[in-house]
Design a protein around this ligand. Structure first.
Ligand code: ADP
Ligand code: MG
Length: 595
C-alpha cells in the first residue's frame, strides 16, 4: 500500500485550527469581542440564543471593515494587526494570528456585516452568495454565528447544557468588561437582558461596575492601590485577607488588558499573602499589570491565556513586593469605613463621603494610605450621642485626632474588647489581636537585634523523649537566637532556663513542647530556619493574652493603639480577623431607630 502526501483542503485546515481556539460558545464570544475591542469599539452588544449554541450575535461600533477586505477577514492567516516579526514582538492588540474568523466560520454558519468608518454603505458576506451583498448596518461590525458545531458532531457532543454553556459565556464577557472600563457592554440571553455596563470613566463608576460584576462585598473588603516602578505599573484591588475564599474563583489578573492565568503571577501573589491567609484559603483580587508590550510574549498558546515575561524574575519580585507592602500597610483606618463581613448590607451612601478611598501608594511611606475618616463626616451621629459615665471618648472638636479604633469600654466574657470610636462600636478579639502584634514584634526582633531573652527565676523542667532531647541539643544555637535557653537534664528531660522577654509570663513548658514539635516536623535547623515565621507564630501564640484574662482599661487601650500601629494587624497569624465594628447607623437600623 502506498501512502501519498497531499495538502489538506482549506475547510479541514480551518476545522483543525478551530479545535484549538473554538471549544465552546464562550470561546467564540472571547474571540469576537476581542476583535471588536481591537477595532476601537466604544460599545459591544452580545445577544445569544440557547446558551450561544443556536445563535450568537456580536455587534460593535468600531472602525468596521472595508468591502474589499471582507473576504480576507474570513481567510486564514489574514490579519490587519501585525505585518512583521517586529510587530509580533510587541503586540498591542488582542488578536494577531488571523485565525479566529476562518476557524469559527468553518464550524458554524457565519455572516459578517460591516460598515467602515466614513462609508455610507454596509456590506455582508457569508451565507450563499460569494460576493459581498449590500446590507443595512450603522458604522461598525456585526458577526452572527449560528448552529455552532453543526458540521462537527464529535465536537458538539462535548457541549454541556444550555445553562452551563451560557454560564461560561457570561463569565468571559464579565471578564472582558473588567478588562476594559472604557467600553460599554451588554449581554442578552434568549431575549432577556442579563447585564448592561456603561463605559466607566471615574473611580466611582468603575467601582460600581466591579460591584455589579464581582459583588459589593468585594469592593467593601478590598484595598485599592497603584504602584509604578522600573517601567512596571500595577494597580487594582486586593481583597483583605479576612475576605479570603475557599476557592480561587475571584482572581482576575490582566496584563496589558489581557486576562491571563500565569504560574509566575499566581506564585508571586500567593507569596505576598503567605503570612496573612488562613491555611487553604484563596485571596480575591482584581489586578492590572501594565508594561512595555515588548517585555511580554503573548504568542505562547492559541487561546493566549498564558504569557511569558521576558524578565520573569523582575516581574515576580515587583508583584510580590508591591502586594506584600499593600497588605502590610493596611491599617484599621483604611479598612474601617468599609469593614464588614462579606455579604453584609452595603452602607448607606452617606457613610462614603466623596465616594471611594484615595488609592494607596506603595513605597513612599509618607503618602501611604490617606485614611478617609468617613466617620468624621457631619452626617455621623456619633458626635451628639450622650457619653454616659464612660470615660475616654474625646470631645467632638478633638475628633480629628481620635484614634481609629477609639477607646475601650469593657471586656466581654473575657474574650472581646468593646470599644467606641467616633463611628460607633468596635469589637476586638483580644487574643487574636495580641497574637498578631507579638508575632510582628518577634519577626522584627529576629530580623534586627535578635530576640532579647530573660532568665527564668525558677527554671522549668520538661519531660520529653530521648529523640527530642537530642533535637533540642542539636538546635541549641537556634533556640538561643529565639531567646530560649535550654539544657538537658538527663536522657529524657530538658530544662528551660531563659525565655524571650517578649513572651514574659508565657507557659515555658507548653512553648518548649510546641517548638520541639516544629523541630520534629521540619527535621533540621536549616529547615526550621526556613519555616521561621511558622516558629515565631507558634511562639507568639504562647505569649499572647489568653481568653479569660481580665484586662484593665489602660491595657485594653494600649492593645488598641498597638493594633493601629502594627503591620498586618487586621488578621491574626492564622488569617482570622482581629477586629470588626458596627457603626451607629447600623446599630440604629438594628433597632429600627429613625434618624
Ligand atoms: N469587529 C471587527 N471590526 C473590525 N475589523 C474586524 C472585526 N473582526 C475582525 N476584523 C478584521 O478581520 C481580521 C481577522 O480577524 P481574526 O480572524 O479574528 O484575526 P485577528 O484578530 O487575529 O487579526 C482582523 O485582523 C480585522 O482586520
Ligand atoms: Mg481576532
Amino acid at each position: 500500500m502506498t501512502r501519498r502526501i497531499h495538502a489538506l483542503p482549506s475547510q479541514l485546515v480551518n476545522q483543525i485550527a478551530a479545535g484549538e481556539v473554538v471549544e465552546r460558545p464562550a470561546s467564540v464570544i472571547k474571540e469576537l469581542v476581542e476583535n471588536s475591542l481591537d477595532a476601537a469599539a466604544r460599545q459591544v452588544d452580545v445577544d445569544v440564543l440557547q446558551g450561544g449554541v443556536k445563535r450568537m450575535r456580536i455587534r460593535d461600533d468600531g472602525m468596521g471593515i472595508a468591502r474589499g477586505d471582507l473576504a480576507l477577514a474570513l481567510a486564514r492567516h489574514a490579519t490587519s494587526k501585525v505585518a512583521s516579526l517586529a510587530d509580533l514582538e510587541g503586540i498591542t492588540s488582542m488578536g494577531f494570528r488571523g485565525e479566529a474568523l476562518p476557524s469559527i466560520a468553518s464550524v458554524s454558519r457565519l455572516t459578517l456585516t460591516s460598515r467602515e468608518q466614513n462609508s455610507d454603505q454596509a456590506w455582508q458576506i457569508g451565507g450563499e452568495a460569494d460576493e459581498p451583498q449590500p446590507a443595512a448596518h450603522p458604522q461598525g461590525t456585526t458577526v452572527e454565528v449560528r448552529d455552532l458545531f453543526y458540521n462537527t458532531p464529535a465536537r458538539r457532543k462535548f457541549l454541556k447544557t444550555e445553562k452551563t454553556e451560557f454560564r461560561h459565556l457570561e463569565q468571559v464577557l464579565r471578564r472582558l468588561a473588567l478588562a476594559r472600563f472604557d467600553v460599554g457592554f451588554k449581554l442578552a440571553h434568549n431575549g432577556r437582558q442579563v447585564f448592561s455596563a456603561r463605559p466607566a470613566a471615574s473611580l466611582v463608576e468603575r467601582e460600581k461596575r466591579i460591584a455589579a460584576l464581582l459583588g459589593q462585598a468585594f469592593i467593601d473588603n478590598s484595598l485599592r492601590f497603584e504602584h509604578e516602578a522600573a517601567g512596571l505599573r500595577l494597580w487594582g484591588w486586593i481583597g483583605l485577607p479576612a475576605f479570603s475564599r475557599s476557592q480561587a474563583d475571584m482572581q482576575h489578573f490582566f496584563v496589558n488588558g489581557r486576562m491571563v492565568r500565569d504560574k509566575l503571577v499566581s506564585h508571586a501573589i500567593r507569596q505576598a499573602y503567605q503570612d496573612v491567609l488562613y491555611h487553604g484559603r484563596h485571596p480575591a483580587f482584581l489586578l492590572y499589570l501594565e508594561l512595555d508590550p515588548r517585555l511580554v510574549d503573548v504568542n505562547v498558546h492559541p487561546t493566549k491565556h498564558e504569557v511569558r515575561f521576558r524578565e520573569g524574575r523582575l516581574v515576580h519580585d515587583f508583584l510580590f513586593r508591591t502586594l506584600h507592602q499593600v497588605l502590610a500597610d493596611a491599617r484599621p483606618e483604611d479598612v474601617l469605613p468599609d469593614a464588614r463581613p462579606p455579604g453584609a448590607e452595603a452602607p448607606p451612601a452617606s457613610s462614603h463621603p466623596g465616594g471611594a478611598r484615595p488609592p494607596a501608594r506603595v513605597g513612599e511611606k509618607a503618602a501611604a494610605y490617606q485614611p478617609s475618616f468617613a466617620w468624621q463626616s457631619p452626617a455621623s451621629p456619633g458626635a451628639d450621642r450622650g457619653q454616659g459615665t464612660l470615660p475616654p471618648m474625646p470631645a467632638p472638636d478633638e475628633a480629628a485626632d481620635a484614634p481609629p479604633l477609639g477607646y475601650a469600654l469593657a471586656q466581654l466574657h473575657g474574650v472581646y474588647i468593646l470599644a467606641q470610636n467616633q463611628e460607633g462600636l468596635v469589637l476586638v478579639d483580644m487574643h487574636a489581636a495580641h497574637e498578631r502584634i507579638t508575632y510582628e514584634r518577634m519577626k522584627q526582633a529576629v530580623e534586627g537585634q535578635g530576640v532579647r531573652s530573660q532568665p527564668l527565676l525558677v527554671p522549668v523542667s520538661v519531660r520529653v523523649s530521648p529523640r527530642e532531647v537530642e533535637l533540642a541539643l542539636e538546635n541549641r544555637d537556634l533556640l538561643a537566637e529565639l531567646g530560649m535557653e535550654v539544657d538537658a537534664l538527663g536522657k529524657d528531660s530538658l530544662v528551660v532556663r531563659a525565655m524571650p522577654t517578649l513572651l514574659e509570663g508565657a507557659d515555658a513548658e507548653g512553648l518548649m513542647r510546641d517548638l520541639l514539635a516544629d523541630l520534629v516536623t521540619h527535621g533540621s535547623s536549616e529547615r526550621l530556619r526556613e519555616a521561621m515565621n511558622e516558629v515565631l507564630s507558634t511562639m507568639a501564640c504562647h505569649g499572647s493574652v489568653r481568653a479569660n484574662r481580665r484586662l484593665a482599661l489602660e491595657e485594653m487601650n494600649a492593645l488598641l493603639r498597638d493594633i493601629e500601629s502594627t503591620e498586618r494587624s487586621g488578621q491574626c497569624n492564622h488569617g482570622r480577623p482581629t477586629w470588626t465594628r458596627m457603626s451607629m447607623v447600623e446599630l440604629d437600623k438594628l433597632f429600627l431607630r429613625g434618624r
